[in-house]
Design a protein around this ligand. Structure first.
Ligand code: ZN
Length: 166
């Protein structure tokens, strides 16, 4: 079986930047599962994994426009006093803000001073060319339920935070 739409894929990965610094990796022996074609992973990686088979190992280089986007360097400044006492704002932290349309927009803390916190619209990896070293561990057909939910179930898959099963 090859990776295609409506398959659930488990793969191990190491993500590095262009200088070889490790940004993230799957824990040893615990591959990440995703539903192919559902946008669970960054678009450039999903596209490059298409057609691979179990046991294949590749390095996939994903430019920012197919990864976490280009850096816009735009954001908003919020008085530090608006953060609850129990939350210590730290650079790199993700914060959910409610936009005018009621949708939650992810913002990322880029700077903290005594007076204010700078929240950026850019993902911390915006503007970074991603180098994924991947090893494909398993491929199977997705269930109807997984297709309806848009994510895989079972080991390594979605843990069902915030949604109900029928
Ligand atoms: Zn589900």
């Amino acid at each position: 079986m090859q990776i295609a739409s409506a398959t659930v894929v488990a793969f191990e990965y190491t993500l590095t930047d262009g200088d070889g610094a490790v940004i993230d990796q799957s824990p040893p022996g615990e591959p990440l599962s995703y539903l192919h074609g559902a946008g669970n992973i960054v678009p450039g990686l999903e596209r490059q994994l298409e057609g691979l088979a179990v046991g294949d190992e590749r390095t996939c280089v994903v430019p920012p426009n197919e990864g976490y986007g280009l850096a816009t360097n735009q954001g908003i400044r919020v008085p530090r006093a608006e953060f609850p006492d129990e939350m210590e704002p730290q650079v790199g932290m993700a914060v959910g803000a409610t936009g005018p349309d009621g949708k939650t927009v992810p913002l990322f803390i880029k700077g903290v001073s005594d007076e204010e916190v700078f929240l950026s619209f850019d993902h911390p990896l915006a503007g970074v060319t991603l180098h994924f070293a991947v090893a494909i561990r398993s491929i199977r057909a997705a269930s109807d339920e997984e297709l309806a939910h848009g994510h895989p179930h079972g080991p390594g898959g979605h843990h069902h935070h915030g949604h109900e099963h029928e």
